[in-house]
Design a protein around this ligand. Structure first.
Ligand code: HEC
Ligand code: HEC
Ligand code: HEC
Ligand code: HEC
Ligand code: HEC
Length: 415
């Protein structure tokens, strides 16, 4: 069943009413919500009233965020990197839209906007644009969302403390902007900024996303290595258009935030060494795999992300023989059925029944044995693929190849 625009709007109106129903206190102009994101539960709202008001802050709740295109007028280089990021695509992403529409279609829940969009389209919730009319609603994790964050209240229903308006928060202590005001906030140098969207436990107690906790449990925080240190390295570019303001520095922090969709990052993360040995008609292949570069498990993120290693022995006689290892998680729903799409994982995922991902710095040795004639030369290859969430249940993809290592054996070499 395809959702029509009319039912979409009907659902949206219900969601809007539901949202308004949960925020009677702070929606009124007398007690401004201070631009805080509209959360699913508003229990934490009173705390924000004790916060010190900020100059230029419009005393109005639900103030809409500014489109990234506006920021891009002056911050061209950062805009260009961000535009290429998955953050910019978080709302438009066809896989996200497919999962979200399917859920809205099939579920009787009216809170799905609040559940899914707080990470995928936070600007939509902030501007209460439940009909997806504003451009900024489609911009996913947009500039003005992150740079309106004044602080984080970890584990609260509304973890982001937002100041929407003239003041942009950021990592620079000495910024002298034109067009807006600036405030230094140490959150920008902290992994905490990423926590509310990269750590998530659903209503059934399943830690769907545990990237932050995985990082926390690794040696990296002890060495003061944050998410930003790896994902927002310094790269060439101008913080702001020289026509607007001349700044000596010619580097910016990479806003593309590459991860599992980048072949370079995957190769930074995984190291593989292969060796093979002959014993008569048997070839023993050993592959040593190490998570040497990811500050969390490999892979991390959605439980549907998997790294697949295919080991093949080719002796030129007939079809190559092969064996497979996967690194990932399996999640089951309340009926012990494996959850195979994001919508099911997010809403019905109950338990992890398998987790064989590589911990940070972990080295694992995988052994294989193949039968092959002793008098034929042979080549052992280990190929690695990164597999994203399947498009639909049952439909698997071969995944993105990113690494291949091989080892040769002469005919009758060694014993
Ligand atoms: C009219 C030009 C202009 C526009 C439009 C603009 N900025 Fe800026 N911005 C600047 C300038 C100039 C600076 C100062 C750079 C410096 O002094 O190092 C700056 C600095 C910043 C900083 C650094 C603040 C800090 O203390 O770390 C952030 C963050 C920022 N802008 C975000 C944004 C966002 C988000 C938007 C869109 C909502 C935006 N800017 C739109 C010109 C602009
Ligand atoms: C996911 C959150 C996020 C988004 C989205 C985001 N930023 Fe940033 N931005 C950061 C963080 C974090 C830093 C600081 C990085 C660091 O210091 O390592 C930063 C730094 C900056 C700075 C200071 C200069 C620099 O390179 O560090 C400016 C200016 C800025 N961002 C503008 C923008 C603009 C414009 C956009 C959209 C085109 C944008 N940001 C999107 C999180 C974000
Ligand atoms: C408002 C929520 C939000 C915040 C804040 C946020 N992210 Fe994300 N991030 C997302 C979403 C949603 C996606 C997935 C987008 C998609 O695939 O549709 C994502 C994807 C990513 C990816 C995946 C890239 C890839 O190639 O697979 C990386 C890396 C990432 N974020 C890093 C960060 C870091 C580092 C921070 C903190 C500086 C951060 N994020 C802050 C929501 C957020
Ligand atoms: C030591 C460097 C390092 C640190 C620290 C680090 N990451 Fe990563 N991250 C990587 C590398 C390399 C990859 C690519 C391999 C992969 O997909 O796991 C990656 C991948 C990702 C992905 C993509 C996952 C996927 O399945 O596609 C996300 C999301 C992410 N990181 C978020 C974070 C967040 C949030 C933090 C902080 C809590 C963080 N990372 C800390 C190096 C790091
Ligand atoms: C706490 C933040 C958060 C919430 C809530 C959330 N997501 Fe996500 N979602 C993410 C992040 C982060 C990623 C990327 C993870 C990774 O890189 O592995 C993601 C990835 C996805 C993807 C895969 C996108 C792709 O291109 O492969 C789909 C589909 C998705 N989410 C659907 C949903 C649906 C439907 C909901 C609501 C039931 C939801 N998400 C709720 C943060 C969130």
């Amino acid at each position: 069943m395809k959702i029509t625009r009319r039912t979409h709007i009907a659902v949206a109106v219900i969601a809007l009413l539901a949202a308004l129903a949960t925020v009677p206190v702070s929606a009124g102009p007398a007690e401004p919500a201070r631009g805080e994101q509209v959360p699913a539960g508003r229990g934490a709202a009173p705390q924000t009233r004790t916060a010190k008001p900020v100059a230029n802050q419009t005393a109005r709740g639900g103030k809409a965020l500014t489109s990234a295109e506006e920021c891009g007028r002056c911050h061209q280089d950062i805009y260009r990197y961000w535009k290429a990021s998955l953050h910019a695509q978080a709302a438009e992403d066809t896989r996200f839209q497919a999962a979200f529409t399917k859920l809205k279609d099939e579920s009787t829940r009216t809170d799905l906007d609040q559940v899914c969009l707080r990470c995928h389209a936070p600007a939509l919730l902030q501007g209460q644009d439940f009909v997806w009319e504003k451009k900024v609603s489609w911009e996913g994790v947009t500039c003005d969302f992150c740079h309106s964050v004044r602080g984080i209240r970890a584990d609260a229903a509304a973890p982001f403390i937002l100041d929407v308006g003239q003041v942009k928060s950021g990592p620079l202590r000495d910024a002298q902007p034109t067009g807006h005001a600036a405030r230094y906030a140490d959150t920008f140098s902290s992994s905490m900024l990423c926590n509310p969207c990269h750590q998530f436990t659903n209503e059934r107690g399943l830690a769907v996303l545990s990237t932050y906790d995985e990082w926390q449990a690794s040696p990296y925080p002890g060495r003061s290595v944050t998410c930003q240190n790896c994902h927002m390295r310094s790269t060439s570019g101008k913080v702001v258009d020289p026509k607007v303001k001349r700044i000596a520095s010619s580097s910016v922090n990479l806003h593309e935030m590459p991860g599992g969709h980048s072949i370079t990052e995957l190769n930074r993360a995984l190291q593989a060494l292969i060796a093979s040995e002959r014993h008569g008609n048997t070839v023993d292949v050993t592959v040593q795999v190490t998570n040497r570069g990811a500050g969390h498990r490999l892979p991390t993120g959605s439980p549907l992300r998997t790294i697949v290693m295919v080991v093949q022995l080719d002796s030129g006689t007939g079809k190559p023989q092969s064996a497979t290892r996967t690194y990932g998680r399996s999640v089951v729903d309340e009926n012990n059925q494996e959850a195979l799409d994001e919508a099911t994982v997010w809403l019905h995922g109950t338990r992890v029944v398998r987790d064989d991902r590589l911990a940070p710095n972990e080295r694992r040795v995988e052994r294989f044995s193949f039968q092959t004639p002793a008098n034929a030369p042979a080549r052992a290859v280990a190929k690695f693929y990164y597999r994203y969430s399947p498009e639909a249940p049952g439909k698997t993809e071969s995944g993105m190849p990113f690494l291949s290592v091989s080892s040769w054996l002469d005919a009758g070499a060694v014993k």
